[in-house]
Design a protein around this ligand. Structure first.
Ligand code: NAD
Length: 475
């Protein structure tokens, strides 16, 4: 595919282009427009012009348009999944899941947009009436990552459109093709020109500056690393645009001695190895209570050894390649650091030799890990499972909370009291109790501490694109 920018309802080529690579083979799978600041500014201008009538469109009609996007995505699901596999590398089943997950966000917010209710507040002054109205913020800029190239856009696009905002999306440079297919679905759904705009670029900085410094931009919504999130907060100070950030994580996965160990192993596989460990929600530190540590680790190692690594296009593959050389080197460095500090490789630990040409790292279990290792204190973003042991509840809660991140945490137990106590004490935005997949369009998704600002999903997700207006009447 040769992807172009989508500005004001038209496909807009640029003079410069860049190659998109398949992380499984290193081969070129397409090209994308390398937009400069002028294209970004044109996209903002289009979104700004479109805002007034989109905001005035009844929420029911906006919802109908969103459901048409969802239907258009499902009509094209096979091709879009192929594009995700080609540029992102994940197994095809996971790519199909991603497209369906994206449609869930569109469908849910298509309804929730109708529930942007205001309030009437009583006052002590006779004849005075206080009305609180919810108004869309205006033009939103969405900057998104490569791990879920379609779903992360849908998570921002859906509440923005539902609230009545217009949007300019800048996808990650590694994965511009599947977002382009999403915008083709938007085109087929017949949204008015300028409501949704796509700007692709090889380097984020120049284009981000044009997007963030424009006073017409009233909302910045970002998913990516904590470091870039902090840069965006600083940039937002120029015009005080509202900011929502979904950032990195360091998820603890706690297995108590009364847990169903097979369910806990299945939970680690689901949480850790989705998208090859390249998800913000991934279990990064598996804490196992002493009494079951050997049994659990043996079962986990056996299950990880059975995972099949290969190209996402092949049937039966569980794990694809890492996204690029930088991602691969970080994973290898974290394993080397852990081993140097005394960890043992129970399985994996190195490149998959049979698969040359791509960034394939074997699914890995490390035992004997401590809290001081890079793999237990930084985000590894790869298929590495460090196992740590603990003695009691107080200890594991303290160690789990000792992180600058606070996105997701998991705990496995059959003891209701323990589940309640521990889940309440964990300083994380999402806690899965016997549940490796707590995320849903219907519920607030986001992090404590340096894992983010604000929430996507649920009514909070809609409010993130709305401003409150007080109208005071004397009559
Ligand atoms: P990244 O922050 O490098 O890139 C994300 C996006 O930001 C890309 O579109 C990129 O082009 C853009 N970007 C990079 N530098 C920029 C700059 N200086 N100015 C403006 N934009 C810039 O992150 P990544 O490595 O691509 O993605 C992985 C990170 O994303 C991980 O930390 C992961 O935890 C996080 N993530 C978080 C969530 C969540 O919901 N919390 C979901 C997925 C990924």
């Amino acid at each position: 595919m040769d992807a172009n920018c989508y500005v004001n309802g038209a496909w807009t080529p640029t003079t410069n282009r860049f190659d998109v690579l398949d992380p499984a083979t290193g081969s070129v799978v397409g090209t994308a427009a390398d937009a400069g600041p002028e294209t970004a500014t044109a996209a903002i201008a289009a979104a700004h012009v479109a805002f007034e009538s989109w905001a005035a469109t009844p929420a029911q009609d906006r919802g109908a348009a969103m459901r048409r996007i969802s239907a258009a995505l499902l009509d094209d699901i096979d091709r879009i999944a192929d594009l995700i596999v080609a540029e992102q590398g994940k197994p095809r089943g996971q790519a199909l899941f991603e497209v369906r997950y994206a449609t869930q966000w569109l469908d849910w917010f298509a309804e929730e947009g109708r529930r942007a209710y205001g309030e009437i507040i009583p006052t002590h002054v006779p004849g005075k009436r206080l009305h609180v109205q919810l108004k869309p913020l205006g033009v939103a800029v969405a900057i998104t990552p490569w791990n879920f190239p379609v779903a992360m856009i849908a998570r921002k696009l859906a509440p923005a459109l539902a609230a009545g905002c217009t949007i300019v999306v800048k996808p990650a440079e590694q994965t511009p093709l599947s977002p382009t297919a999403l915008f083709e679905a938007i085109e087929r759904a017949g949204l008015p020109p300028g409501v949704c705009n796509l700007v692709t670029a090889a380097e984020p900085e120049p284009i981000a500056a044009a997007l963030l410094e424009d006073p017409r931009v009233r909302k910045i919504t970002f998913t990516g690393s904590t470091e870039v999130g902090k840069l965006l907060v600083r940039a937002s100070a120029t015009n005080l645009a509202r900011v929502s950030l979904e950032l990195g994580g360091q998820a603890p996965f706690i297995v108590f001695d009364d847990a169903d160990l097979d369910a806990a192993v299945a939970g680690v596989l689901a949480s850790k190895f989705q998208v090859n460990g390249q998800s913000c929600l991934c279990a990064n530190r598996v804490f196992v209570q002493d009494a079951v540590a050997d049994d659990f680790t043996a079962r986990l190692t056996g299950a990880v050894e059975r995972l099949r690594v290969g190209q996402g296009t092949e049937d039966g593959v569980d794990i694809g390649p890492l996204i690029d050389a930088r991602g691969y080197e970080k994973v290898a460095a974290h394993v080397a650091d852990a081993v140097a500090l005394g960890a043992t490789i129970a399985t994996g630990g190195s490149r998959v030799d049979a698969l040359t040409g791509g960034y394939f790292f074997a699914p890995t279990v490390l035992t004997g890990c401590t809290d001081a290792m890079r793999c237990t204190s930084e985000e590894t973003f790869g298929p590495v499972t460090p196992v740590l042991t603990f003695n009691d509840e107080d200890e594991v809660v303290r160690r789990a909370n000792a992180s600058r991140y606070g996105l997701a945490a998991y705990l496995y137990t059959r003891d209701l009291g323990r589940a309640l106590r521990t889940s309440e004490r964990l300083e994380f935005g999402m806690v899965g109790v016997n549940d490796p997949m707590p995320a849903s369009p219907t519920a607030p998704f986001g992090g404590f501490k340096e894992s983010g600002l604000g929430r996507e999903g649920g009514h909070d997700g809609l409010e993130a694109f709305l401003e409150k207006k007080l109208v005071s009447f004397v009559a």
